[in-house]
Design a protein around this ligand. Structure first.
Ligand code: UD1
Length: 369
């Protein structure tokens, strides 16, 4: 008999991760994957566009939770998922990443006795002011299967007392999706749409509360982006959270008047990948983009003081800037040196396959016990 597996998505970075599972689902006839969308992200540009781009199936249910404070959003997801799932119990619940939907559905599933698998387990920034760090630690603590993207994740989980038999270093589903879609993204040559020149522009994305919710910090960052725009044209894709913050100050207007800064709304996955791949440099505070640029060999300057993805620094192309604007300017000025792509990456495009194999054997084994 088929085993039913709920795959939880809620916010933008989740969609590209689960796409890697659906792309190969046919090879696992014993598993029936059921997509559950919590509705944490709901604008077309933050959600629907990824389904079209990545060929993800229509969700079995959309819980339509929407925005709210952390407590409200997490509680709403828990209430709505619990109420829905109680009449439709799966054999396993797969959660990805570190967003509020990840933790909320984990708590519901584990208390209903459903096996929980966490994809991207073990990542730690050790910065508990980040909501994502709380989500990661708590999700891992109660998950049954821990699927890890990089060796640091294995070490962190072992330090926290997890058994090595529960930890599986499988690679990175987000890079599975990247590898699958790169030819299509390259063909699109999105830089032409913005009259940019290949390998001669900076792509900027920002959305962390620690960068955009604090006005002084945001002003400092925008000042540096303006400095950068004198050297390279800047394409700045603006997350809804950032848009609200920029608009509530004079910063949005300032950027709009700058001829060297192109502002655009959040873009689709393929368009973002296309622009990232052709960029001279990417400036970001995203977790996933640190990994994607490392896999592409594009220099990435991360506007954070820590990263839960140290492999992107040790073996990839990432530099943490924190508040060190001298370092930022130094790295921008030194960009002509070719950025090296590490050959040691364990991100070979097969993480999804390893995950579904382990899941299938865990579920089928538990039937025979
Ligand atoms: C969430 C995740 C973060 C992830 C990010 C990617 C948590 C704790 N945070 O942060 O880890 O990196 O998604 O985008 O889960 N909004 C819209 N339309 C939408 C969604 C949001 O306008 O479709 C606006 C709302 O004003 C909302 C704000 O953006 O209040 C923030 O959205 P929210 O989902 O709370 O957090 P993100 O900052 O997107």
């Amino acid at each position: 008999m088929k085993k039913c597996v709920d795959i939880i998505v809620g916010a933008r970075p989740n969609f590209m991760k689960v796409a890697a599972l659906f792309a190969i689902a046919e090879r696992f006839p014993l598993l029936e994957l059921r997509l559950i969308h919590t509705g944490q992200h709901y604008d077309d540009a933050m959600s629907q566009v990824f389904f079209e781009d990545l060929g993800i199936p229509v969700p079995t249910v959309n819980l339509e939770v929407g925005s709210g404070s952390h407590g409200y959003q997490t509680a709403q997801i828990m209430m709505r998922y619990e109420s829905w799932v109680t009449g439709n119990l799966p054999d396993a619940c797969v959660v990805v990443g570190d967003v509020n939907s990840t933790l909320a559905c984990t708590l519901v599933a584990v208390k209903l006795g459903i096996l929980v698998a966490h994809i991207e387990a073990g990542l730690r920034s050790f910065d508990t002011t980040m909501p994502e760090e709380i989500n990661r630690v708590l999700t891992d603590r109660v998950s049954d299967l821990l699927f890890v993207t990089e060796p640091s994740g294995v070490n962190n989980l072992l330090q926290e007392g997890r058994e090595s038999s529960e930890i599986h270093l499988v690679g990175n589903v987000m890079i599975d999706t990247l590898k699958l879609n790169l030819p299509k993204a390259r063909k699109k040559e999105q830089y032409k749409k913005y009259s940019l020149i290949k390998n001669n522009y900076a792509l900027v994305t920002l959305h962390r509360p620690s960068n955009v919710d604090d006005e002084l910090k945001l002003r400092e960052i925008i000042k540096e982006i303006e400095w950068l725009s004198d050297l390279y044209p800047v394409l700045f894709t603006i997350h809804p959270r950032t848009k609200i913050r920029l608009a509530s100050t004079n910063l949005l207007q300032k950027l709009e008047m700058n001829q060297n800064v192109h502002l655009c709304p959040p873009l689709s996955y393929i368009d973002t990948l296309s622009l990232m791949d052709s960029a001279k440099v990417v400036v970001t505070d995203s977790g996933g983009i640190q990994e994607e640029t490392s896999a592409l060999g594009v220099p990435c300057l991360t506007l954070r003081s820590n990263t839960e993805r140290p492999i992107t620094i040790n073996e990839g192309t990432n530099t943490l800037i924190a508040n060190n604007w001298n370092l930022f300017r130094e790295r921008i000025k030194g960009l002509s040196e070719q950025c090296k792509k590490s050959e040691n990456f364990i991100w070979d495009g097969k993480a999804g396959e390893r995950i579904l194999q382990k899941l299938e054997s865990a579920l089928c084994r538990s039937t025979h016990q």
